[in-house]
Write a protein that binds this ligand. Structure first.
Ligand code: ZN
Length: 521
């Protein structure tokens, strides 16, 4: 096997794993810097040393034009002086930028194998943002190139090959493209054409395209995103199931005097401070950077931009490890309106959220932090609510034979020993014919038997979350109690919980259908 992919940890659709390519290891998710075959602003060997970067991507068409047969003798690893994993692009991007190129798909495919590329890409025709008719043409040409390439290479392929997915925003085209690609023996898959959408900040559409591709590529294959641009996209790409992403932005931005931050970019002229502790920023000031001559400045800015890209990936991995990846997305979404749009498209897409719920571990070692109504859409909460629904509807007799519901503040269950709690409850006059639930939770009510289980017991949230959603929580509570056929509802108060605004708000809604009493415990 030339490529082995192991998944170690999962959260949302993201995974922390390892890809072994021809015996060399890549920890994923991974940012893959784009390297010029010559004229490297930062040599890949230095990237390896500083950032443990073990995979880069370079352009085989440029190597072919510049080195020809000499490139074959030297091999791509020696040309760029890098002993990690080298992916070679075929020149598809040049087609997008400069029109057609003077090489045929078979020639460039054979050339990639001969220079010892670890991961090769068939010559594709990127869809970009274009009309339906042109998009169809790009898919047709891409698939035609692939047929010719694989016919010519036969089964004795030396490189791993990635399948370039085209079709862009035309979902049916993209889906059809993937279906055709699945007929070949590709080692991994790569989604093309995100760059024009990123440049226009159309992150909502980008999310839809990325998810559409993820939905149709088998989960056991690594999925790559071509030209992922800015690190602000990385968390969203990983959350949608992308394992690797390449970008040349670190150097392109540096050449344009642009300083990357995790969620935005600042022009050098607007930089008064360097809010970063990388090897560049800890040794210089914004003022000194501006005064440097161009080449030196580009090098330092590129090094800083690279640090930001690699740091973002480490942050993503740590959040997946802790089971807090959703929380990272929530905070990143607030950094830029385009990111909020991406986030919003994710959490409002039922198909995405369902797939994420299936993919996220059933229980997590740590509790969850909830911030707002958006937090309530996270997969663990969704699954908790589904479980609640199931328990409460499948055993109505267990609750519904009783005529009274006692609601106790959720916090009591966490702070009091069960024995002590029951002792106090027994003193209530209706206890013998009552079913007990906890309330004052984002879930509405939770049966006492479930309230100490995951995820109901491991939630931290501000009171504002309940307050902002009081109407919905009250209605949800009313519906559940009604379905179970209670007549009387006793709302327990204890030690200031729940606050009076909650008690009054909920009480008012419940009083329409039940005898409601508030009792201090
Ligand atoms: Zn820095």
């Amino acid at each position: 096997l030339k490529l082995v992919f192991e998944v170690k940890e999962k959260d949302l659709l993201g995974r922390v794993g390892r890809v072994y390519i021809k015996g060399k290891r890549l920890d994923t998710p991974a940012f893959i810097p784009v390297i010029s075959p010559y004229n490297q602003i930062i040599p890949p060997s230095e990237m390896k040393k500083r950032f443990r970067c073990n995979m880069v991507i370079t352009n085989s068409y440029i190597i072919y034009r510049r080195f020809g047969e000499a490139g074959v003798e030297k091999g791509v690893h020696r040309i760029i002086n890098f002993d990690g994993i080298v992916m070679t692009d075929s020149g598809g991007f040049q087609v997008l930028e400069y029109g057609d190129i003077d090489i045929n798909p078979v020639e460039i495919a054979v050339y990639q194998e001969r220079i010892g590329s670890d991961v090769a890409v068939p010559l594709d025709k990127p869809t970009g943002l274009t009309s339906r008719q042109e998009a169809e043409e790009t898919v047709r040409v891409t698939l035609d190139n692939i047929a010719k390439t694989f016919n010519s290479l036969g089964d004795e392929r030396r490189s791993c090959w990635t399948a370039p997915i085209q079709g862009g925003l035309y979902h049916d085209l993209l889906e059809r493209c993937i279906k055709e690609l699945l007929k070949y023996d590709f080692d991994l898959f790569s989604l093309g054409s995100p760059t024009p959408l990123m440049e226009r900040y159309q992150y909502g559409k980008l999310v839809d395209m990325m998810f559409n591709a993820r939905l149709h590529v088998p989960l056991d294959k690594p999925l790559h995103l071509f030209g992922a641009g800015h690190p602000m996209l990385f968390p969203f790409a990983v959350a949608l199931g992308y394992d690797t992403f390449d970008s040349a932005s670190y150097v392109l931005f540096a050449k344009a005097d642009r300083y990357m931050l995790s969620s935005r970019t600042v022009k050098l002229e607007n930089l008064a401070y360097l809010p970063c502790e990388c090897s560049v920023c800890s040794l210089t000031t914004a003022e000194e950077l501006r005064k440097l001559e161009k080449n030196e400045r580009v090098k330092l800015l590129a090094m800083h931009n690279l640090s930001i890209c690699f740091r973002e990936v480490e942050l993503i991995k740590q959040h997946i490890h802790e089971g807090r990846f959703f929380e990272l997305l929530e905070s990143r979404a607030r950094a830029h309106p385009a990111l909020m749009q991406a986030f919003s498209n994710i959490i409002r897409n039922d198909k995405i959220m369902q797939l994420m719920a299936n993919h996220t571990p059933l229980t997590k070692p740590r509790g969850m932090y909830l911030f707002s109504a958006e937090s309530l859409r996270r997969p663990e909460i969704r699954r908790g609510a589904e479980r609640l629904e199931k328990v409460m509807s499948s055993s109505p007799t267990c609750f519904g034979m009783r005529r009274t519901a006692i609601l106790i503040p959720h916090k009591l269950v966490i702070t009091l020993k069960l024995e002590k709690l029951l002792q106090r409850l027994r003193k209530l006059e209706n206890y013998g014919e009552a079913a007990v639930f906890t309330y004052y939770t984002p879930f509405g009510i939770v049966p006492l038997s479930l309230s100490r289980t995951y995820p109901f017991s491991q939630l931290s949230y501000p009171k504002s979350l309940i307050r902002d959603n009081l109407n919905q929580i009250s209605r949800e509570t009313l519906k559940k109690l009604r379905n179970l056929g209670f007549e009387t509802v006793i709302l327990i108060k204890s030690g200031g919980e729940p606050p009076s605004w909650f008690l009054e708000g909920l009480g008012e809604v419940l009083a329409k259908e039940f005898n409601v009493r508030a009792v201090e415990l």
